[in-house]
Design a protein around this ligand. Structure first.
Ligand code: THU
Length: 129
């Protein structure tokens, strides 16, 4: 299964009864394996998690920590960009040159690099004294 098929398939499993907005994310790791995640909402709204967070958890649980490619898909008028929190989550494992592809289910596509989505990121170097 490729990145697009993985993101499309996992999106259908999203638990989004409150927003009605299903999101799918696929992440390719350094080993080439694709990890998928969907948003999982909760009746206590702030406890919900984004699709990207789910895909990152699956990757880390499998023992991997390097992202080489990301694809996010949602049913919207225009491709959605990852939320601020997910930009920081992705940047933990994705170098600035990693391509983030954003797609609508109808096929509209946008691409940006990690470093464009989160310029001036707070990273491990920021904590050097
Ligand atoms: N959502 C994601 O899963 N990823 C994003 O990049 C943006 C937003 C989810 C969170 C919530 O379940 C729904 O979309 C509406 O915000």
């Amino acid at each position: 299964m490729d990145m697009l098929d993985a993101a499309k398939a996992v999106r259908l499993n999203a638990h989004a009864p409150y927003s009605g907005f299903k999101v799918g994310a696929a992440i390719r790791s350094a080993s080439g394996v694709i990890y998928a995640g969907c948003n999982v909402e909760n009746v206590a709204y702030p406890e919900g998690t984004c699709a990207e967070a789910g895909a990152i958890s699956a990757m880390v649980a499998a023992g991997e920590t390097e992202i080489t490619e990301v694809l996010i898909i949602a049913d919207a008028k225009e491709p959605i960009t990852p939320c601020g929190g997910c930009r920081q989550r992705l940047a933990e494992f994705a170098p600035p040159d990693v391509a983030i592809t954003m797609m609508t289910v109808s096929g509209q596509t946008k691409t940006a690099q990690m470093g464009e989505l989160l310029p001036g990121a707070f990273d491990a170097k920021s904590m050097e004294t």
